[in-house]
Design a protein. Structure first.
Length: 554
């Protein structure tokens, strides 16, 4: 039915494709618009935060400092912080708390508390407390939060800080309630103002808004370090997934091998006609396969000129077929032997075993139902391949090999590298199926290839890595990571970089929470019985600044 539709309605099919492209462009334009808007909001918040901080520091020298700060903070909340409120409301309706929830709540509490203290300072003076205002803290929370939103224009899978926020919010609420009753328990009814003061202070200082910056800043630093290693990480999600990898699957040609195969032997099955090589050259010139390139180079060295073919067709994953003077010729893998029902003699079979046992790839050349020649082509293993495979295995990664070569050749190559699991005679569809089966087993799969016959497999892996010269032109769309150099030794370093980046995220998350936890303890009144210290705007600002400074580590 689908084939009929394709024949009858080509215009509709084209229209659908154009519509899909148009929708994709619209989505991209909308995303870019949102990104530009967020950046402007973040810049605006920081421009407001600076004068507010200066007014806070030098407030004693400025008349009506609080009254000047008030409209600036209100401006930040009403015009720059609206996204936090809308996003927080959406998530609360789903029964979830995110960083937006924490930021919206803490900024609102800081502003309303400051507003009350501006107009009713005597309430706290009568209780022996200072009516501090937190307008600068309000705007700092918004500014840091918006900066996090700008940097967090990443896949949702990376937003681990939202998972943390979902835990912090109920814990924070429970802590505030407990602190309130502890004050009442030890201080009686007279301690109600102190209890309220502590609870409000906890909500002001508790928001670890710098958590929204941890993931993107760490990833940006990791991507920068990868660039120094001549590795282009196109999708930051790949850097996180590498840390979870279970299996590394290598395509053989151009990845574990040099990618420059050469013809090592010709074995003619019958009397060689002069034009055989001319037809072979003409056919192989139409192929982008590296083995075809090796045969083409060898024939050109013999000064062979290509024949004028009547027609030529690529056989996906198998080779080529060509028409010449009313006869059909073919060249490619041993799968073509089955297609043309060709059988090898015992002598040819013995020679074939010898070639494959030496690690040669075999190319068959025939005419209709007869075999004309067997061509042995060898692609040398990279000198670093064995060491890299051992190093990756030492990192508790399983290693697999995919190749279009026959069983004996694949077994020889795998044996030299110490690889137990391999797939021979693999067509592009077979490679994709192999990757899919690994993922269905719950494995996180990294696929490494050169981009010639492994595009489908790369697209199906959790992390796709293209390496070598081919990658620049062929795989810029499919690969998540492009290794500019064909040096395999960069691969274990890339996995190490991923682990370092994720470890840095965890460490920075820990310290950000520690700074705010210290602020919560001070706000709760842990120092009040001995030193008479509760939270001040300066301490709250220090907690936020230290959180941000933490991100510069590592």
């Amino acid at each position: 039915m689908s084939n009929i539709l394709k024949k009858v309605c080509p215009a509709q099919e084209l229209h659908c494709a154009e519509y899909a492209d148009s929708m994709e462009r619209c989505n991209m334009e909308e995303r870019n618009r949102q990104y530009r808007s967020l950046k402007m909001q973040a810049v605006g918040a920081w421009l407001l935060a600076v004068p507010l901080l200066l007014l806070s520091i030098f407030g004693n020298y400025v008349s009506y400092g609080s009254e000047i700060q008030l409209p600036l903070a209100a401006l930040a909340l009403l015009f720059l912080g609206t996204s936090f409120y809308t996003d927080a409301w959406k998530r609360l309706r789903e029964g979830r708390a995110t960083m937006d929830t924490l930021i919206a709540f803490s900024a609102s509490v800081a502003f309303l508390f400051s507003l009350f203290n501006t107009f009713f300072p005597d309430y706290w003076h009568d209780a022996g407390l200072q009516p501090h205002v937190y307008y600068e803290v309000t705007v700092l929370i918004v500014a840091v939060g918006l900066t996090g939103k700008v940097f967090r224009f990443l896949p949702e899978e990376l937003h681990g800080e939202d998972r943390i926020a979902n835990i912090i919010f109920p814990v924070l609420t429970g802590t505030a309630v407990a602190v309130f009753f502890i004050w009442i328990l030890f201080g009686g009814v007279e301690a109600v103002p102190h209890a309220l003061y502590s609870v409000i202070s906890i909500f002001i200082v508790a928001c670890p808004c710098a958590l929204g910056l941890i993931t993107p800043v760490a990833l940006m630093r990791g991507i920068g370090r990868a660039a120094d290693m001549h590795i282009w990480i196109k999708d930051s999600l790949a850097l996180e997934r590498l840390n979870k990898a279970d299996v590394v699957v290598f395509d053989k040609t151009g990845t574990l091998t040099e990618g420059h195969p050469t013809v090592t032997a010709w074995l003619w099955a019958q009397y060689q006609e002069e034009y055989f090589k001319m037809v072979l050259l003409a056919a192989e010139m139409n192929s982008s396969n590296s083995l075809a390139a090796a045969i083409t180079a060898a024939l050109r060295e013999e000064q062979i000129t290509p024949a004028r073919l009547d027609g030529c067709e690529i056989l996906k994953g198998k080779g080529m077929k060509a028409a010449y003077k009313g006869m059909e010729y073919w060249v490619g893998s041993h799968k073509l032997l089955k297609d043309y029902q060709v059988y090898l003699s015992d002598v040819l079979g013995d020679m074939l075993v010898e070639y494959e046992s030496e690690g040669n790839s075999i190319v068959y050349f025939g005419r209709e139902g007869e075999l004309l020649a067997i061509i042995a082509v060898k692609d040398q293993l990279k000198v670093t391949a064995l060491g890299v495979v051992k190093e990756l295995r030492g990192q508790e990664l399983d290693i697999c090999l995919l190749t279009g070569d026959g069983e004996r050749t694949a077994s020889t190559i795998a044996g030299k590298l110490g690889i137990i699991r391999y797939l021979s005679d693999a067509l592009p569809d077979d490679k994709e199926t192999f990757i899919r089966e690994l993922r269905l087993q719950g494995k996180t799969v990294v696929m490494v290839g050169d981009g010639i016959n492994d595009v489908q497999a790369l697209a199906g892996a959790d992390v796709s890595i293209a390496m070598g010269g081919y990658a620049d032109d062929t795989l810029t769309d499919e690969a998540m990571i492009v290794m500019k150099s064909s040096d395999l030794q960069s691969l274990p370093k890339l996995f190490g970089l991923s682990r370092h980046t994720l470890r840095l995220m965890r460490q920075n998350s820990f310290w950000v929470i520690i700074y705010h936890l210290a602020g919560v303890l001070i706000a709760a009144g842990i120092l009040y019985p001995v030193y008479g210290i509760l939270l001040t705007p300066m301490l709250a600002a220090i907690a936020i600044v230290l959180s941000c400074v933490t991100l510069m580590r590592g």
